[in-house]
Design a protein around this ligand. Structure first.
Ligand code: ADP
Length: 163
């Protein structure tokens, strides 16, 4: 069985992420979307909430599973028998960092390949940070995040404001 992983912070999942999920799920028997714990970022949503939001929007893909990854990605992959890492690329600016990470992962486990998938044209400008900023200003989120999670994002921003 071919298993790929799509790691990221997904804080929250955007239509750009969902586009990569849909396209890569059609290429592998199973796609594991991995919510990573990034110690240098202060997330808006807890990791459990981020998993739930992705689950809500990927229910229709039978071969997509969402998991929290608290260990080193290559260790997690070995455990799951996954051999491919999917990375979405929006612009050249994404490339430097992602290329570096791909080489580090290969160093850690030479049997793992990283595949870069170009962003859907409509989503090259889109990031979770843009979504959060737009939500804070009360913008219509329909063109940014899956419709199933719009309310969750608005509610969270509301709570953040009251703190
Ligand atoms: P961000 O916080 O920048 O949205 P994440 O860490 O959640 O990013 O991203 C996870 C993965 O998804 C990375 O490979 C990133 O390059 C990719 N990605 C993020 N946004 C998009 C998009 N709009 N189109 C394609 N790939 C994307």
């Amino acid at each position: 069985m071919s298993i790929a992983v799509y790691p990221g912070s997904f804080d929250p999942i955007t239509l750009g992420h969902l586009n990569i999920i849909r396209r890569s799920a059609s290429l592998f028997d199973m796609l594991l979307v991995c919510v990573m714990i990034n110690s240098s970022k202060m997330p808006l949503f807890s990791s459990e909430e981020r998993v739930e939001l992705i689950e809500k929007t990927t229910e229709r893909f039978p071969n997509v599973k969402v998991e929290l990854c608290e260990s080193l990605l290559v260790d997690y992959m070995k455990n799951k028998g996954a051999k491919v890492i999917i990375k979405g690329l929006r612009a050249v600016s994404d490339f430097d960092w992602e290329f570096q990470i791909a080489l580090v992962n290969r160093k850690l486990d030479p049997s793992i390949e990283t595949l870069f998938m170009p962003s859907g044209e409509k989503y090259t400008y889109l990031s979770s940070s843009v979504v959060k900023e737009m939500a804070r200003y009360g913008a219509d989120l329909q063109t940014f995040v899956p419709v199933e999670i719009i309310e969750d994002v608005q509610k969270k921003i509301h709570i953040e404001r009251r703190r």
